[in-house]
Each structure stands twice: as C-alpha cells, then as structure tokens.
Ligand binder design. Structure first.
Ligand code: ASP
Length: 331
C-alpha cells in the first residue's frame, strides 16, 4: 500500500515536473502574437512613412489582436533604422516598414551593416506613394515651368531639404538634378517631417516629398505645389501637372512602401502578417485615408512576399545603375 502510494506520488511529482518544465515552451508556442509588436520606421515621427505606418498599424493591430508600437529611427538616410530591424530577433515581434530607400541605399553606401537582399523576409508591399515638387509659400515661381527656370538659374542659391542620402526625397533630387543638369544646395534631415517644418517656416526653399506629407499643406495653401512625379496626374491634387507634362520626359518616381521582418522569421508568422497586411489594404478606413493623402493600396497580387522579394531585387538593380551613373555616395 505504502509502496503503491509512494509510486503514485512519485508519478504525480514527475508529471507535475513535466508540466512545469513544459510551461515556458507552451507560452512561447502560444498563438502569435501574444505580446506587442514593434514596427521600426527608419525616419522621424510625423513624416510621410510614419503616416503610412500609423494607418497600417491601427488596422493590422485590430486584425492581429495585438498592440503595435512604432519606433522611429531616422538618420543616415534611413540606414540606422534598417540596421536596427535587420539585427532584431526573427520572432515576428520586430518588423520594419520602409520604402524605396531600402533599395537605393544598397548602392549609395559602401559600409552598410546589413545585407539588403538577404537580411529580410518580405511580408508585403503596401502603397506606392506619389511625390510632389513643392516650395515654401513665399517662393517666387508660380508654376512648374517657372520653378524649373528658377532652379536652373539660381542652382546652389536654392536650398532643397531631404531626409538624407538614400531617402526618397534624396532620390527625387538626384533625378531632378540630373534631368535638369543643375546642382542645388541640399539640407539633410532625419526625415521629411522635420524638413517640412522648415519649409513651412521658410528656412528652406524647396523639396520633392511624398504626398502623404504634402497634400494637406498644398491644399491649405501653406506651401506651393508645383508638380507630381507620377506618370499620370493624381486625383487628390488634380491641378498639379506631371513632371513629364512639364517637359521632363519619362520622369517617374514613387516611394513604394513595404513591410519586412528580419530574415528567418517563421513562415506561419509571416503568413499571419501578410494576411493582416492584405486585410488592412482592403480596410475602408485605410483606403479612404490613403486617398485623402494622394495614394492608394497596391493591388493584392503585389502585396505578397514573393512579389515583394522580386520588387526589391528589381529596384536594387534599377536604382543601382542610376546612382552609379550619377556618381553619388552616402556619407
Ligand atoms: N520617408 C522619409 C520620411 O518619412 C522621407 C523620405 O524618404 O524622403 O521622413
């Protein structure tokens, strides 16, 4: 009797031991996500990429049933924030939302601490944000033809704000300067959120920045809008001609944004994130807010990991050639 009860007790102890030892595992395997997710934005708060991220995070957080925290890490044209995301644990709790700059910085910097093509798992593309050539409210030119004449004549007498070498606003300046054969005086910020503050304050003259940062400022007359960088006009800013219409034939650039995870993130987590991203792109509130800011979700076929991976490879190759031809390098 005694022996049996001892054995039983021992059995219970062993079972309890297994259950206790199993606990941390069980917690780790609890359905993802079971804690807050951080999205790194490689640019300052209040700027265009931050705006896209906040809209997406609100919708995706609802779908995933998790809080999403945004961490803004601007500087060095976005490469500081990209590095932070590349080195984060591949557990689905640190992601990165960034744009075309992920592809341009690959050719602009020789000393990157991450491998652009191999350090990230693709989740999905989000939106291709048009850009706009804008000026401070007191800038003399009244339209894009006058702006072109103005910058051609004054060149380094004109100050142009951008978010650092490798940012979308830097890429647009590089394309404008090479198309027009000019050299402007550039002023670098940790994001075009702070650059916009200086444009509003009249400390800098001009910028080429994303509609998610400029649409409301143009509509409310706080800055001058001159042209859009897309192949066709956009409905949020109907009056603005395209740069192609203004004579810069074939000029086209947009800030395609996408969501990434550190390389090695489990496939089931990536699948959940892609599904939440796609449902955000169908969310009426997101569509509506994007439209008000001059942009729209990409079509679903582009919002997949495979399509995004192909996109990054194509863009690294495309901008690599342009940057090499321009002879530009990061700091
Ligand atoms: N995406 C940057 C920002 O949000 C701007 C840029 O790349 O030009 O500030």
């Amino acid at each position: 009797m005694r022996f049996i009860s001892r054995c039983l007790m021992l059995g219970v102890t062993i079972l309890a031991g297994i259950a206790v030892a199993g606990l941390p595992d069980a917690a780790a395997q609890q359905a993802y996500p079971n804690k807050a997710i951080t999205i790194v934005v490689p640019a300052a708060a209040g700027g265009p990429t931050d705006t896209v991220t906040r809209l997406m995070a609100e919708s995706m957080g609802r779908t995933l049933g998790a809080q999403i925290i945004i961490e803004n890490i601007g500087g060095a044209g976005g490469t500081l924030g990209i590095t932070r995301a590349a080195k984060a644990p591949a557990d689905g709790y640190t992601l990165m939302l960034y744009h075309v700059g992920l592809s341009t910085s690959a050719s602009l910097y020789d000393n990157l601490r991450y491998d652009t093509l191999n350090d990230f798992d693709a989740i999905g593309r989000i939106t291709d944000v048009p850009m706009t050539v804008v000026g401070k409210s007191t800038l003399a030119p009244r339209n894009i033809a006058e702006w072109i004449a103005f910058v051609k004549e004054r060149q380094q007498g004109v100050t142009y704000g951008h978010a650092g070498i490798g940012s979308a606003s830097h890429l647009c300046e590089l394309l404008l300067s090479s198309a027009l054969g000019i050299k402007l005086t550039t002023v670098s910020y940790r994001g075009t959120g702070p650059a916009m503050n200086d444009l509003l304050g009249g400390q800098i003259d001009t910028m080429c920045d994303q509609t998610t940062n400029t649409t409301n400022q143009i509509k409310e007359g706080r800055i001058k809008g001159y042209a859009v960088t897309t192949a066709t006009r956009i409905s949020a800013l109907r009056d603005l001609p395209t740069l192609d219409e203004a004579g810069l034939k074939g000029f086209e650039v947009s800030a395609w944004h996408a969501l990434w995870a550190p390389k090695g993130t489990p496939k089931d987590i990536i699948d959940k994130l892609t599904a939440a991203l796609q449902s955000a792109l169908k969310d009426a509130k997101v569509i509506d807010r994007f439209a008000g800011l001059g942009t729209e979700p990409v079509e679903m076929a582009k919002a997949t990991p495979a399509a995004l991976k192909t996109q990054l490879e194509a863009e690294v190759a495309k901008w690599g050639k342009v940057i090499k031809a321009a002879g530009v390098k990061g700091e």
